[in-house]
Ligand binder design. Structure first.
Ligand SMILES: C[S@@+](CC[C@H](N)C(=O)[O-])C[C@H]1O[C@@H](n2cnc3c(N)ncnc32)[C@H](O)[C@@H]1O
Length: 315
């Protein structure tokens, strides 16, 4: 499904947004969310409008290029017509498919990787063991910069008790365990005996075995069996995507005030942005992203780190 974006430079983005949503409300499906966000759905396509400090941001999507061209045309024509006191320039980007979106230029990517605390020998060896032992599945391992971020966040929250959903071969567990305060613990959950056997060897080598408790079994059962009290200081969710909303809910209600939940892969390789992708995990991730953004129990931010990382801090 093609996507195209535009940034319309103006000092009155919220005014045009409201005007467009209200005007098109007579012939299209429209919705306003506060003063700064609106959606217009026209037949096979739609446009999301966001008022920002630098102008009016537009994201148009449609089932096919013809539908996209129609959405672009309707939105642009109306905006230009509404702007009686200025000349708006609506310049759409070339259409791309959500699955093809490149979040970071490879040059930036490489620069980031080489400009954070370097991976030590234990992490480097685990990365190469994982590649040899698991083949393509090795792509599930978090990258080194994301690992450095996890250690840093764990340290910043002064975490004594951490929870991880999705152990795999143990890379992120090591990064979290290393950020814990003296005497702190990480409970990590996975369903795979095979992959976590590699993790257990790696934890030995990294000297963190005594800080990690591994629980094999569906993570949702492990989470639901935990006490209901606010005992979690930091949690990292990186497992089956369809269950993210359920994992988030079980974790948020157990986060201590100031505690943090870190959610990985919230972009799903760009597919969350593209309505053409409608499998269960795509829908679940959109549901989760909307849920977190509107959740008054937390303050949150979505970062363009790798495949998208959301941080949500319990108020
Ligand atoms: C993306 S990998 C985790 C990668 C890991 N964080 C790392 O950095 O190496 C996802 C893991 O979730 C596990 N998993 C999938 N479904 C699960 C479930 N229902 N409960 C617990 N773990 C699950 C998989 O076995 C896999 O090891």
């Amino acid at each position: 499904m093609p996507i195209s974006t535009a940034l319309v430079a103006t000092d009155r983005p919220a005014r045009y947004l409201k005007q467009l949503v209200s005007h098109l409300g007579h012939k299209a499906d429209t919705a306003l969310a506060g003063d700064s966000r609106g959606t217009v759905t026209l037949g096979a396509g739609s446009c999301v409008l966001t008022a920002s400090s630098d102008g009016l941001r537009l994201i148009a999507t449609a089932a096919d290029p013809e539908g996209l061209a129609r959405v672009q045309d309707v939105v642009a024509r109306h905006l230009v017509r509404f702007a009686t006191q200025e000349e708006l320039d609506v310049r759409w980007s070339e259409p791309t498919a959500g699955g093809d979106l490149e979040i970071l230029d490879p040059v930036v990517d490489d620069y980031l990787l080489t400009h954070c605390t370097p991976a030590d020998q234990a992490l480097q060896e685990l990365a190469s063991t994982t590649r040899e032992a698991t083949g393509n599945a090795a792509g599930m391992q978090i990258s080194h910069d994301e690992g450095a971020l996890l250690t840093l966040l764990t340290g910043l929250t002064g975490a004594r008790f951490a929870v991880e959903v999705g152990t795999f071969t143990g890379y992120s567990s090591i990064c979290i365990a290393r950020g814990l305060v003296e005497g702190g613990h990480l409970l990590t959950c996975d369903v795979s005996e095979e992959w976590t056997a590699i993790a257990q060897q790696a934890w030995e080598q990294a000297g963190v075995t005594d800080r990690i408790d591994l629980k094999i079994g569906p993570a949702i059962e492990t989470l639901r069996a935990m006490p209901q009290e606010a005992v979690i200081d930091i949690a990292f969710i990186d497992a089956d995507k369809v269950s993210y909303p359920a994992y988030y809910e079980e974790i948020v209600r157990r986060l201590r005030p100031g505690g943090l939940v870190v959610l990985d892969n919230v972009f799903l390789g760009g597919r969350v942005f593209d309505p053409a992708y409608q499998e269960d995990h795509h829908r679940a991730m959109r549901e989760l992203n909307d849920l977190v953004a509107g959740d008054e129990r937390v303050e949150s931010v979505m970062l363009p780190v790798r495949d998208g990382v959301t941080l949500a801090r319990r108020r």
